[in-house]
Structure formats: structure tokens, C-alpha cells
Design a protein around this ligand. Sequence first.
Ligand SMILES: Nc1ncnc2c1ncn2[C@@H]1O[C@H](COP(=O)(O)OP(=O)(O)O)[C@@H](O)[C@H]1O
Ligand SMILES: [Mg+2]
Length: 248
Amino acid sequence: MIKFIHTTKKFGDNVVHKDIDLHIERGKITFIIGPSGTGKSVFIKQIIGLIKPDTGSILFDGQDICAMDDSELLGVRRRVGLLFQNAALFDSMNVFDNVAFPLREHTEKTEAEIARIVHDKLRQVGLKNIDMAYPSELSGGMKKRVGLARAIALDPEVMLYDEPTTGLDPIMTDVVDSLIVSMQRTLNSTSVVISHDIKTTLEVADNIIMIYAGEVVARGTPKEFQASENPIVRQFFSGSWEGPISVY
Ligand SMILES: Nc1ncnc2c1ncn2[C@@H]1O[C@H](COP(=O)(O)OP(=O)(O)O)[C@@H](O)[C@H]1O
Ligand SMILES: [Mg+2]
């Protein structure tokens, strides 16, 4: 579904991606892991064309993202659902209007159709009777669910999650994990999840790609990662500070 072909990216002297070469399989949940500052968020932004690589190319469903004009990029973005760390709800809009936003923005649907879809999506993330609530009245976990309902409003083919469970307690983490899996099943989409959470990664991922020092250093299934003898992988999974990953 998504291919990075030897991409590089630097910001000034800061070389973030030295050589990223990977593909994201259609219909699977792929986790991207690696220490902070290795360009994982940059990677997500590149998938939707918010940041361009310096060299190399990125294919989205076979089409080169880097060669697209604004209207073509908009076409890609409509096929993608995004959930960032701080759910990024519109504080001035109630829950209903937050979830309805992409439908009003990108479709010609009637308000009646929109209401049906909004309630269907809220139900899918386990929420009801909160249409009129404002984000400031919601817990962190509820905000995350509303953000997810909004992200799936247009039935995206690709879901991108940037650290969806960071800052959540263990119970909410489990809830979000199972939502990622159930979204995947109901939408039959392709999911890319950036995570620091080792337990989540092993439980939810079909495939794992590890990025370290600007390059892909390992890829495989959770089973293969658990059995890996790669010292960088081992250190990440043990969460230890000693080993090849340098700590600043
Ligand atoms: N728009 C930008 N301009 C300049 N530097 C950036 C920009 N976006 C990210 N960076 C830098 O790129 C590096 C990787 O950032 P990021 O992708 O956020 O890392 P990660 O998500 O893996 O923690 C960081 O050093 C960050 O400061
Ligand atoms: Mg990040």
C-alpha cells in the first residue's frame, strides 16, 4: 500500500532519515518503532505529503506522493485517517460537530446522513449520548475515542496512528489497542502505528519495522522480533539503557 524507496531527509545539519527503504503491506497493521527523535513522526507526515523527502520516492497505492500537486495530495488525504498523540479536537466544537467536520468538509451528504454516520462512528468507538459535550469536559481516553471516530468518519483505506497510547493509563491503553484492531477489521484498512509501547506492539502488530539512526535496522513479525538477536532490537525490548542505543 505504501512504499518508501531509499528516501533521505535532513533539516539543516540534522540528518533524520539517512536511507529509509520499506513497504507497508496492504490490509495489515504495521508498527514503526524506534527511539525518540528518529524521525517517526516525520515518516507519518511524509505519507500524506506534509513533508517531502530530499531524495528518493514515496509511493501511495502505486502513485508517487512527491510528484503530486495540491489537489492530488488532497485526494490521498481523503483516503487516510489520522490519529495524533493529542487527539487534536476542535475545542470550540462539541463532539457531534467534531466528528461531523470531515463529512461536512469533504462530502455533499445531507445533515440527516451525516448524523447517521456520526452516531455510527461514535458507537464503533464505544461512545453514546455525548453529542453535546465539549472536549474540555472529556477525559483523555474519551477525547482519544472521539478523535478516532472523527478519523474514521470517511471510511479511510489507511489509518495512521502517531503514538496513540502515549499518556494514557494501562486500562485506556488496552481499550485503544483493541480499537485499533477492531477498526482494522471493520474497515479492512491498512494501519500504520507509531508506538513506544512494547506490550502493545507485540500484541497488536502484524509486522514491525524498527528505525534506528535514520535507517531500517529490523523488520519482521512480533514472534521474529522476540526471537531476534539483533542487539538494538534486544535493547529496545528490554528497555535497558545499556547497549548500542545511545541515550542523550
Ligand atoms: N518541521 C521540522 N523542521 C525542523 N526539524 C524537524 C521538523 N520536524 C522534525 N524535525 C526534527 O527531526 C527529528 C525527528 O523528529 P520526529 O519525527 O518528531 O521524531 P520521532 O517522532 O521519532 O520522535 C527531530 O530532531 C526533530 O527536531
Ligand atoms: Mg514522534
